[in-house]
Design a protein around this ligand. Structure first.
Ligand SMILES: [Zn+2]
Length: 339
């Protein structure tokens, strides 16, 4: 199956009440882990690349990895998504490269750090919607700002500061109407990276009520949860057992994500958990097999560890078992749909 527009996956997920994990890819082992997990669980999947991933992989390596993934997995619908585009130009280059979905993150200015004005966000998002929809490509937008920084993207807000930049449910309706975006990333107190919460989050800091309120006002809006790794203690423990030094930290509990899925969350971004799984596996192999020097010796267990995390999320989010049920719409079909 060719790559499919992300909107098709999100619509199917909404009709059938599940969420779709969006997993970041930078190299061959990661895309192999994601696709093996999708095969194992019969899941449609969103594979996403940040600007950092695109520069790390020189764009063209990444493009060919995507093509290989679709050729080797004809039964799996795959949406290829640009994570956190910082400008219309970045999104345009992703569309030109064959991505079937882009995120225009106009919640921050082009530097990827400074919180942007409402007018700026509406203007850049609208611009991207115009050229992306003309090619059938899906557009995700963001309103409100998350905490943390990842891949150089983020306002660097602390857990407390992030509470002042939550998505306003009333503004969300106006924003979606003005921009015509397909999906909306919401700020509900989460952060990018491994250090999201200092203790297990309560409803005071992880504001699931914002999601419920937006869903009540806009039942057809596909919401996206960013910074939604669960940061399992077991994975941190493996890293620390084999020479790492990571302080105690808490992520977004899977039960909260499942609650979000009941209230309109259709895309869940997970990156940190996969990073932790791979790093733990590499550390363990190198610490316990001290004579090994072939990169395959540690990349294989790293890939397997990531596959395990991704497969678990696919089951938890409910996308498992749906690969064959998603309608095979093309970008051309979506051009007609939008016009
Ligand atoms: Zn994000």
């Amino acid at each position: 199956m060719a790559l499919i527009p992300m909107r098709v996956l999100l619509d199917h997920a909404a009709e059938n009440g599940y969420g779709v994990g969006a997993f970041n890819v930078n190299n061959m082992e990661q895309i192999q882990a994601i696709m093996a997990a999708a095969q194992e669980t019969d899941s449609p999947v969103i594979v996403q690349a940040s600007r950092g991933a695109r520069s790390y992989s020189d764009d063209n390596y990444l493009r060919h990895l995507m093509i290989a993934a679709s050729e080797l997995n004809p039964g799996i619908p795959i949406a290829m998504h640009q994570d956190h585009g910082n400008s219309p130009e970045t999104c345009k280059s992703a569309v030109d490269m064959g991505f079937t979905s882009v995120m225009m993150d106009g919640s921050l200015e082009e530097d990827g750090k400074t919180p942007a004005s409402w007018d700026y966000n509406v203007a850049v998002t609208k611009k991207v919607v115009e050229f992306a929809h003309a090619k059938g490509v899906t557009v995700e937008a963001e309103l409100g700002c998350l905490g943390g920084i990842e891949d150089g993207q983020g306002a660097g807000l602390s857990e407390e500061e992030a509470q002042d930049h939550l998505t306003d449910p009333e503004e969300a309706g106006e924003f979606v109407k003005l921009t015509g975006c397909d999906a909306l990333a919401v700020a509900i107190g989460t952060s990018h990276g491994a250090y999201k919460f200092k203790k297990k989050p309560t409803g005071q800091v992880l504001r699931m009520d914002v999601i419920r309120e937006i869903h009540k006002r806009m039942p057809n809006c596909h919401m996206v949860m960013h910074g939604s790794s669960s940061v399992p203690k077991e994975l941190i423990d493996i890293i620390n057992e084999f020479g790492g030094e990571m302080p105690e930290t808490y992520g977004v509990p899977v039960e909260d994500i499942q609650e979000g899925i009941k209230h309109g969350v259709r895309k869940i971004n997970v990156d940190t958990d996969n990073r932790l799984a791979m790093t733990g596996a590499v550390r363990k192999l190198l610490a316990t097999q001290k004579g090994h020097f072939d990169p395959r010796d540690y990349l294989k267990p790293a890939r397997a560890a990531m596959q395990e995390v991704v497969a678990a999320r696919m089951v938890q989010f409910g996308q498992a078992g749906n690969a064959g049920k998603v309608e095979q719409k093309t970008l051309a079909d979506m051009v007609k749909y939008y016009s």
